[in-house]
Design a protein around this ligand. Structure first.
Ligand code: PHB
Length: 357
């Protein structure tokens, strides 16, 4: 019988009851200091029937912060806040990984210590505007990181991973997608370095390789996933050799024995999709999680054709806490309200109705 969304799957140390994943979703509703709070506990608890939840992206250090209200994972208070979230998900029978985040150039001096410019592989200002406590402000030219600064950033990923396990998370996902720090190194539109971290595919992948090596050593490769977005233009990203770049990255990630590879297949905004994701999946060879505007029909096709092992859903999970049950019944879905995606209170967060409510 062909595999479908409701068939169990082994991911690292876990056996997941289904292949429906809640994608990482920035919601900007943490308390001051990046500490998860009661409404965050309720939001994740409501969605615990997902086979796996990947938490919203969580900065690994103050330098990694790029938006107001994002929950972080570098301090004891943040770990304590996350512990309540994880306990609620586990008590409801769910599984949850934490997504590790450093935004690189997608920050603003007003969000950085002492008003410093954000950091990046190269001093290339992204087009667009930062979201700050004072509203939208143009992005600034970031400061290019010295190679000597990178080991400390790698150590921040390690500290954050250990913190995540201390909070009870089942694993961590390294966010190497969507135009944030690691992706800024991977793609040549944002990386013009001439040292060991720029130029060749080996060099552009070096920071991801070092972070993955260190995080796997700290928590075990079977508790680590990696997320990539080979052709997402979000955050002003470009790569002149996208297919080769990400074939290479998938190949290097094949050697770690990771829990999974999570791929945003296409452009997050337009949904346009040009690359050969089968090639990327084949080079990786392990458990493959597909994402980007999937619905029930396309997700089932992806599993049945062998194009993916799991599928993650973003906007649909914002609006449908019981997405698994709705998919199982072929029920009507609640429509997501973009006005309440980022920031605010329980409205548009924990008040989407369940079936039969
Ligand atoms: C967002 O804030 O819109 C956002 C955050 C993290 C992502 C993608 C989008 O990976």
């Amino acid at each position: 019988m062909a595999v479908d969304l409701f068939a169990p799957v082994t991911v690292g140390r876990l056996t997941l009851p289904n292949r429906i994943v809640m994608a990482p979703l920035t919601r900007n509703r943490a308390a001051a200091g990046g500490v998860p709070q009661a409404m965050n506990v309720e939001y994740y608890r409501q969605r615990a029937s997902a086979g796996l939840i990947v938490s919203e992206a969580s900065p690994i250090s103050p330098q990694g912060i790029g938006y107001p209200g994002t929950p972080c994972i570098y301090s004891a208070a943040q770990v304590a806040g996350w512990r309540e979230v994880v306990a609620a998900v586990h008590a409801a029978g769910g599984h949850i990984f934490l997504q590790l985040w450093h935004v690189g150039r997608i920050s603003h001096p007003s969000l950085q210590a002492d008003g410093q410019p954000p950091v990046a592989p190269s001093a290339i200002r992204p087009a667009g505007e930062a979201i700050t406590h004072e509203g939208m402000q143009p992005f600034v030219t970031p400061r290019a990181l010295a190679a000597e600064e990178l080991p400390e950033i790698v150590q921040h990923y390690v500290r954050a991973s250990r913190n995540a396990l201390e909070a009870g998370f089942d694993g961590v996902e390294i966010h190497a997608a969507n135009g944030y720090l690691i992706d800024q190194f991977l793609r040549d539109g944002s990386n013009r370095r001439t040292d060991a971290y720029g130029g060749s595919l080996e060099n552009r992948s070096r920071l991801l390789q070092e972070i993955t090596t260190a995080v796997c050593a700290a928590v075990g490769a079977d508790r680590v996933g990696v997320r990539l977005s080979p052709e997402n233009s979000f955050n002003d990203m470009h790569d002149s050799t996208a297919q080769q770049t990400f074939n290479h990255v998938a190949g290097l990630l094949a050697d770690f024995g990771l829990a999974y590879l999570h791929v945003v297949e296409g452009d997050m905004m337009s949904g346009e999709r040009q690359l050969d994701y089968g090639a990327i999946r084949n080079r990786f060879g392990g458990i493959y999680m597909a994402n980007c505007k999937y619905d029930l029909v396309r997700a089932q096709q992806a599993l049945q054709s062998g194009a993916a092992d799991l599928v993650s859903f973003g906007a649909l999970y914002i609006a449908n806490p019981d997405l698994v049950e709705r998919f199982r019944q072929g029920a009507v879905l609640n429509a997501p309200d973009p006005e309440t995606f980022y920031g605010g209170d329980e409205h548009g967060y924990t008040d989407y109705p369940f079936l039969d409510n």
